[in-house]
Design a protein around this ligand. Structure first.
Ligand SMILES: [Zn+2]
Length: 258
């Protein structure tokens, strides 16, 4: 289907042939298709997306003469936002915080409803630029880890824990300046109990920018609010040379994500 050599010879079963491809995953074609293959034309990447994503879910799609178009169509109109979320979800569901996941652009682009390896390289670059992913310098091309912001997005998608947010501000350095203000986002990583992702976002240009805007919190006995307090003490307070004037308690802000 995608012109990569199959990993093994097609295996014949009662209803058709089973194929194994690194890019398209394992899928089946009917005897009819085996005799007279259909030509997906430029829709092949989206058909490849259908079979590969099914394969990753443990299913094996059967392709016949009529059904393939609908399967491809379901993957052919995904927005870039959806592609980004699919990448974050893939990495988040296969790593622990700080862990790295390798994506092979040539082999893995169908996982994200993309058309080519180039699209995957472009989207991962965007995600790095936006602060959702990091990649180690030595292996720039294909190895990625989620930042705390990436984990927050992953949690939102997983719809398990609400996000808590706090607004924190400090005394301005001079009277005519705005008070340095930060938003702190907190989310619980759904697959790891008691582990939190904390992201600090400076809200105005008078806020000194923390060295790391992403943190993980895994002190199991502490409530999330404690994580924020400690973060403020250890990081924001030293940046702003003072105690915070105010920490809002905008907790349990539930965001529903479709
Ligand atoms: Zn293939």
């Amino acid at each position: 289907m995608c012109k990569l050599p199959l990993e093994s010879a097609p295996a014949q079963g009662p209803s058709g042939f089973q194929m194994h491809c690194r890019r398209c995953g394992t899928y089946r074609v009917t005897h009819g298709v085996a005799r007279t293959p259909f030509d997906p034309g430029d829709q092949w990447p989206f058909l490849s997306a259908a079979t590969r994503q099914a394969h990753e879910r443990g299913q094996c799609l059967m392709l016949d003469q009529d059904g393939w178009r609908k399967l491809a169509e379901e993957h052919s109109n995904s927005s870039v936002e959806k592609m980004k979320d699919l990448v974050i979800h893939r990495i988040g569901s296969r790593t622990r915080p700080g862990g790295f996941e390798t994506l092979d652009p040539e082999i893995d682009f169908p996982l994200f409803d993309m058309k080519s390896a180039g699209e995957l390289s472009n989207v991962t670059k965007q995600l790095c630029d936006l602060g959702f992913l990091v990649t180690p310098e030595v292996q720039r091309a294909a190895t990625f880890s989620l930042t705390a912001q990436g984990w927050n997005r992953f949690s939102e998608m997983s719809k398990i824990e609400p996000i808590e947010t706090y607004k924190i501000w400090f005394k301005p350095v001079t009277k005519d300046k705005e008070p340095p203000t930060y938003q702190v986002y907190l989310s619980r990583l759904p697959q790891f109990s008691q582990l939190y992702a904390v992201t600090v976002v400076p809200l105005n240009r008078d806020s000194p920018v923390p060295k790391d805007e992403s943190h993980f919190w895994n002190r199991t006995s502490q409530h999330a609010a404690e994580a924020v307090k400690l973060l403020v003490n250890e990081e924001l307070q030293s940046l702003n040379n003072d105690q915070p004037m105010h920490i809002s308690d905008e907790r349990l802000i539930k965001r529903s994500v479709s």
